[in-house]
Write a protein that binds this ligand. Structure first.
Ligand code: CA
Length: 236
């Protein structure tokens, strides 16, 4: 959303400058901070609408900064991580980050992530009747029903719970751990293979009702990290 204030905490000046320039050109108000300390001060002073947080900062672990911001507010936090750091990505997401982009990233990808997070932060994803609509997909959270293009898709209770966690966080990434805890409880957080089976079933059942193919990319896997829902137009 144009006009939103975005705090960019990043010590690499060229990344910070190009991100700030691109965001400003799209109408965002940008505050830059080159280390954790400056980031914390700007966070206190500005109360931004969204934070872009590099995890590799010179003066503190980015995860510590993340946790302290998350204790304060539910502001969307997008972390920047190095390629291949699956463990760090999962740790960041489990500690309250909403999403990540891996360096080097394209500005189009960054903008798509930011739009999705700001949209999500702007309002509840289910309407008052508890219905989430994503294009031709309609998930009734209260009545536990799923429709694709008006036809009912029959999911088992567990499959429904997995889909529910995903669609109530559209555009955000749900880690394997978060999904497993939400659906099976904390004893199962290492049982990632359960999820693969359930997600495969959900995809298969939705695809069978999705004659136009509009939901082909609905559930996207982020290998080693988790799953995200993309909206019907294909953007995230
Ligand atoms: Ca860095």
């Amino acid at each position: 959303m144009s006009g939103s204030a975005i705090l960019v905490v990043e010590d690499d000046a060229s990344t910070s400058t190009s991100v700030a320039r691109s965001l400003t050109a799209h109408g965002y108000r940008v505050v830059e901070a080159a280390d954790a300390e400056a980031g914390r001060r700007a966070w206190e002073r500005q109360r931004p609408d969204l934070v872009i947080l590099d995890l590799g900062l010179p003066d503190a672990d980015g995860l510590v900064v993340l946790r302290s911001m998350r204790r304060d507010a539910a502001t969307p936090i997008l972390v920047l991580t190095a390629r291949g750091g699956e463990r760090v990505k999962v740790a960041a997401l489990d500690q309250g980050a909403d999403d990540y982009v891996t360096k080097p990233f394209g500005m189009a990808e960054l903008h798509a992530r930011i739009r999705a997070l700001l949209r999500r932060a702007a309002g509840p994803s289910a309407d008052e009747a508890g219905v989430v609509s994503l294009g031709i997909l309609r998930v009734d959270i209260t009545r536990h029903t799923v429709e694709v293009d008006g036809s009912t898709v029959r999911l088992t209770p567990r499959e429904f719970e997995v889909l529910k966690v995903l669609v109530t966080h559209p555009g955000r990434l749900a880690t394997h751990g978060r999904l497993l805890r939400a659906v099976w409880g904390s004893a199962y957080t290492e049982e990632g293979h359960y999820l693969h089976v359930y997600v495969r079933q959900i995809r298969r059942k939705i695809a069978a009702a999705d004659h136009s193919g509009a939901l082909r990319k609905l559930i996207v896997s982020e290998p080693g990290v988790g799953y995200r829902i993309t909206e019907a137009d294909g953007s995230t």
